[in-house]
Design a binder for this molecule. Sequence first.
Ligand SMILES: Cc1cc2nc3c(=O)[nH]c(=O)nc-3n(C[C@H](O)[C@H](O)[C@H](O)COP(=O)(O)O)c2cc1C
Length: 252
Amino acid sequence: MNIIYFSGNGNTKHCAEVLSLATGNGKTESIENENAIQLIKDSQEFALAYPVHFSNIPFIVKEFIQKNCSIFSGKKVFLIATMGAFSGDGSGCGARLLKKYGAKILGGLHLQMPDTVADVKLLKKSPEKNRMILKTAEEKINRTAKLIQSKKYPHEGLHFYNQVAGLFGQRLWFLQAVKNYRHAFKINAEKCSGCSLCQKHCPTQSIKIEDGKAKLAGSNCTICYRCVNSCPRQAITIIGKKVFEQCLFKNY
Ligand SMILES: Cc1cc2nc3c(=O)[nH]c(=O)nc-3n(C[C@H](O)[C@H](O)[C@H](O)COP(=O)(O)O)c2cc1C
């Protein structure tokens, strides 16, 4: 199965690659790459994978779908949402948007993965626990691959009760906060060396280097946490005030 994905910190990319391999060597392509559009055009059916952000679809994925809405018409899409703990209807958020543009939804899959919000202590787990979470996710992906091969798609996150859980469990309470977080990039000027790694990694070109220090540029930050997690000096925070643990998939 071909899989289009967005991944802030590598979790979703890994899940996409494991599923693609398990379903028989489909292609995987990030929406950050121009080739993703061609892959969608070439695929009658494919999966779309993304991390859940505040029980919702990430801004960058929503904007990608809206900008390229015409290419989804008539496509059969399987939604995959990765999450640290809970999303309610993580896959459903993407499904509802795609249906609006004429896609047919094949099913949905929710995968718990290590949490990536490096400056909030709440969901941090030990390395052993994170490895267990990863193993459990990989086993679930392999079971799902078998179902997909026999055209029996799971429907996680797609039911009405999932929508109610996502809405009342989180989305409603975070509505304004999430908009504010798009502008909440903070730099510790003493720590920042102006190395520009954050600028290079940012998927939305929302960081510039000014006077040798990283700064937020524009209002397009998708709050993916890639900059926070990859800063070599732990100089960046968004929601919290201190980096507790940097969480990139390649470090698990
Ligand atoms: C800004 C932000 C918000 C998040 N919100 C949620 C959430 O509402 N529920 C949840 O279970 N996980 C949440 N997470 C955790 C991620 O969905 C999870 O760690 C995901 O696997 C990260 O994937 P990635 O490495 O591909 O970015 C959030 C992560 C970030 C960065």
